[in-house]
Write a protein that binds this ligand. Structure first.
Ligand code: OOB
Length: 562
């Protein structure tokens, strides 16, 4: 990419007048994510920064790895402004690759390890991606086979780096090891605080994946304030059990917040109770971030009795609805203060505060990070609802995006809004798709969702995306994906399908969808054949009616597929 293209890509994420306001208010400090981490390392060089299996690095050691990675990535042809897919499990290389990329001004796009051909090829297109860093194998899946498949389809992908056994590809480990032969001065990346630092994935409600551009300025602001709210400091030992690529684990305050405070991050590939309890005991973990499904699995595990969990100080739970009955068990049974976290990769994050009385921490999802967060709760016509009533949540503020990413320039309108998407109001508020009410204490309570999305234990599934794949099946005429309540995960996807003469079995459909190259978590557990889909008066598929059918279990024309 030419220097001119790079600067074009890196600018225009925030309209200048709004950026100036956030700087003047002191929210944005002009700092970059990597400089923030370097300063923590300078303050606490000998404190442990990262524990991963048998590896244990100090902050100074981590910096050495990051610098070596910056040089290695540069040598691999990755440069400032290049978008690079980072698809790694919870291992030390996740941190090293990410900060190595920041260091050279390249922009990581965080894919989930579960993503497959369909998602990765779309990210490459959407982000105009030139490189991909992934792992040899994870959870029994060979990512090198995926790379071969994708490369054949997307020849624009220039480099691939593999952590572990690289086969015919470039080895991340060899290129990025401290002391490797290549020494490139990557200290002058030219990355400015207003540049896009990273691309997060939107949970999505449409078939097209949306990329979320977060700048150093806005992301770092949310991280610093999150760390303050959660009382994170150099003594913190954080267990990274949820996927590191998720915004919650990364920044609320997560890996970045803990490292930036001089604390320690313990990485684990497995989130099961036995593995995590053993790590909490061994490392003296005091902070964990969980989705409700995982919290429930931990609470229900008999393994709890075999381990000393008394080091736990803070148990954060977010990403999906937390039933008050589960919330109430956290403090007596796990120890540590319960903190609810209601956030979104697009920006806004709400926390219950550590000193809120228990009933607020159990019954509500907290309040925004910043006095600069503007919240509106509105009806279908965008008019504010009376205080205490349920409405759609809209958000605007110093770390909530104004538009999704496009590899070309975003031309903001007069309000600093990306006019090309209905995800924002005319005056720049992000439509979260969540239905909330505000309590008299000022806390938000999430009561439901208007967006067409399924929240499977914190993993978001855009109904439209899966429906499009189902419709590609030759025997399916119509398809609708809805959430079915699930005891363990909260929700699971269920497909209603209208077939031609012959109908595929559930098993055959699952195999078909896997063959389309989509992540496993999106594949419906249940498929129901139906004579025709119910429609609203204007002809849209009536999903509430389908959900009622599911709950009632009495659809007259329903036949569960064998
Ligand atoms: C987090 O981010 P995303 O982008 O994966 O998902 C955002 C959506 C929200 O719009 C909401 O529908 C749901 O996930 N959600 C919750 C929730 N936290 C998120 N629904 C009910 N209760 C909660 N506590 O999920 C995310 C990002 C940063 C921090 C925490 C979570």
């Amino acid at each position: 990419m030419s220097a001119q293209d790079a600067s074009k890509h890196r600018s225009a994420t925030w309209p200048e007048d709004i950026a100036q306001r956030y700087r003047a208010l002191g929210y944005w400090t002009g700092d970059t994510l990597h400089a923030h981490l370097e300063r923590a390392a300078a303050r606490h060089p000998q404190r442990t920064a990262l524990v991963c299996g048998t590896r244990r690095w100090t902050h100074a050691g981590l910096q050495a790895h990051i610098l070596a990675a910056a040089a290695g990535l540069h040598a691999a042809g990755i440069g400032a402004g290049d978008r690079v897919i980072v698809q790694l499990p919870n291992i030390a290389e996740f941190v090293v690759a990410t900060f190595g990329l920041f260091r050279i001004g390249a922009v990581p796009l965080f894919a989930q390890v579960a993503h497959r051909r369909s998602e990765i090829t779309q990210f490459i297109e959407q982000g105009d991606v030139s490189a991909w860093i992934t792992v040899d194998r994870h959870a029994g899946f060979d990512h090198r086979a995926l790379v071969r498949e994708v490369r054949a389809l997307r020849p624009t992908l220039r480099s691939v780096l593999i952590v572990g056994d690289a086969a015919e590809f470039a080895s991340f480990d060899a290129l990025c090891a401290p002391g490797a032969a290549v020494v490139v001065d990557a200290s002058d990346s030219g990355a400015a605080a207003c540049d896009i630092a990273l691309l997060q994935l939107s949970g999505g409600s449409t078939g097209i994946p949306k990329l979320i551009p977060r700048t150093h300025d806005d992301y770092l602001y949310s991280i610093r304030e999150s760390a303050r709210i959660c009382a994170i400091d150099e003594q913190t030992v954080f267990l990274c059990a949820l996927p590191a690529s998720h915004n919650f684990t990364m920044s609320s305050p997560g890996i970045f917040g803990v490292l930036g405070a001089g604390g320690c991050v313990v990485m684990t590939r497995a989130a099961d109770p036995a593995t995590c309890f053993a790590l909490i005991e061994r490392e003296g973990v005091d902070t964990v971030a969980l989705v409700p499904a995982l919290a429930q699995a931990w609470l229900d595990s008999s393994k709890r009795r075999d381990h000393d969990l008394r080091s736990l100080r803070l148990v954060q739970i977010g990403g999906a609805h937390l039933a008050p009955s589960i919330a109430a068990r956290v403090e007596p049974e796990l120890g540590g203060t319960l903190q609810q976290v209601f956030g979104m990769a697009e920006g806004l994050v709400n926390y219950t505060r550590l000193d809120d009385p228990p009933e607020r921490r159990i019954g509500a999802q907290g309040r925004p990070i910043s006095p600069g967060d503007e919240i509106r709760i509105v009806d279908d016509e965008d008019c504010e609802v009376p205080e205490g009533q349920v409405g759609h949540l809209l958000a605007r503020g110093p770390y909530t995006i104004r538009g999704y990413y496009r590899s070309t320039h975003i031309d903001f309108d007069a309000w600093g809004r990306d006019p090309d998407t209905g995800a924002f109001t005319t005056d720049g508020f992000y439509r979260t798709g969540d239905r909330v009410r505000r309590t008299s204490d000022g806390d938000l309570v999430v009561v439901g969702r208007a967006k067409d999305q399924i929240n499977r234990g914190g993993e978001k599934i855009a109904a439209e995306e899966v429906e499009a794949h189902l419709l590609a099946h030759p025997d399916i005429v119509e398809a609708a994906l809805v959430a079915v309540p699930d005891h363990a995960l909260g929700e699971k996807p269920c497909a209603f399908i209208v077939g031609r003469d012959t109908l595929p079995t559930v098993r055959a459909l699952q195999v078909f969808l896997r063959g389309r190259g989509i992540a496993d978590y999106k594949i419906p557990d249940r498929c129901i054949a139906i004579g025709s889909l119910p429609r609203t008066p204007i002809g849209k598929i009536d999903k509430p009616a389908l959900r009622r059918l599911l709950v009632a279990h009495t659809a007259p024309t329903e036949t569960a597929l064998p």
